[in-house]
Design a protein around this ligand. Structure first.
Ligand code: TUI
Length: 309
């Protein structure tokens, strides 16, 4: 399937793997790229030198293009931004903030820059700043989210910018990809589905929690702090939401989530940890290789889109 996004990134299929904190490490990124999509290493809050190591290891596993997601709430974001250039990474996505101050550095060095945005205003700002494409991410996504849905956000962003738009949030299979194309997107970014990949290093408890999840099993914590995060309901989310209702202050809430994503992903503590996942969690029922996933998604989408474009 050729789209503006496959052309821009030099890939076979218009499927981008989300740059998920702790989850999106080099094994997953390389597997998605080798399967014809594009994998991302999620720099999240990792020390900059760890990101460099991850990039080098990814290069050993794939000759295909791959990228790095720079999480802008990370105090080390500037160092990560430079490492990306030093290591010759060709694609960067950004999340949780405005990447304008790094745009010059990346563009001068031929890096394709794809900011993740959650509003039309941010998408327009990113286009003016020189972005090559944007990911329009709806609030169905896991992790740090904006406030509007993918169905409403994507067509409004498509109408507002001339650069290609990649849809994210609530997309878990070929039907989601086909629907996104009908909204005017040129590709999709998927996170939750790839958490369950064979090549994903997340703890088995995390995968099992995902397989057990139903459509209504995610909660949004952190509305009161200005950093809303979607994750699967557990002891932590219940306690967090109770404290938020009581008007707890930021520091008290922070205590509950400090290191909690790592605890879930690496140690498998799905009771007290943060099990980030999107609203499509209920559709993810089995472990598959990235290649099986991508083949299945593409076959389904091609059938649905046949004759529509
Ligand atoms: O970034 C994400 N998703 C994430 S980042 C993350 S790590 C984290 N963990 C705990 C608390 C906070 C972060 C987990 N999931 N998605 C992309 C995304 N970006 N969603 C929404 C935004 C966004 C929000 C505000 C983008 C720009 C923006 O602009 C604000 C500004 O600075 O103008």
């Amino acid at each position: 399937m050729k789209t503006k996004v496959t052309e821009l990134l030099g890939i076979e299929y218009p499927i981008i793997q989300g740059g998920m904190a702790w989850v999106a490490e080099y094994h997953l990124a390389a597997a998605v790229s080798n399967a014809g999509g594009i994998g991302l290493i999620g720099a999240a809050s990792a020390p900059p030198e760890v990101v460099r190591e991850q990039v080098r290891k990814c290069k050993e596993l794939t000759d295909k293009p791959f990228g790095v997601n720079v999480m802008l709430l990370n105090p080390n974001a500037e160092e990560v931004a430079k490492i990306v250039v030093e290591e010759g990474v060709k694609v960067v996505t950004t999340g949780a903030g405005n990447p304008a101050k790094f745009m010059g550095l990346w563009k001068e060095n031929g890096v394709k820059v794809i900011p993740v945005v959650a509003s039309v205003a941010m998408a327009k700002m990113m286009e003016r700043a020189g972005a090559d494409a944007v990911v329009a991410e709806g609030m169905e996504s896991g992790g740090h989210i904006g406030s509007i849905t993918t169905m409403a956000l994507v067509p409004q962003v498509v109408d507002a910018v001339s650069i290609p738009v990649i849809a994210a949030g609530g997309i878990g299979d070929g039907r989601g990809l086909a629907a996104a194309m009908m909204l005017g997107a040129e590709g999709v970014q998927m996170g939750t589905r790839f958490v369950a990949a064979k090549e994903s290093i997340v703890h088995q408890n995390y995968k099992e929690r995902l397989f057990k999840a139903s459509d209504i099993d995610s909660e949004v914590t952190g509305m009161s702090t200005g950093h809303p995060v979607r994750s699967l309901r557990n002891k932590m989310t219940k306690e967090y939401l109770r404290l938020e209702k009581e008007g707890a202050d930021f520091m008290e809430l922070e205590k509950l989530t400090l290191g909690s994503l790592r605890n879930a992903v690496i140690d498998g503590d799905v009771v007290n940890g943060t099990v980030m996942a999107g609203q499509i969690a209920g559709m993810v029922k089995k472990e598959q290789s990235c290649s099986e996933m991508i083949q299945e998604i593409m076959e389904q989408a091609e059938k649905l889109l046949d004759g529509t474009r």
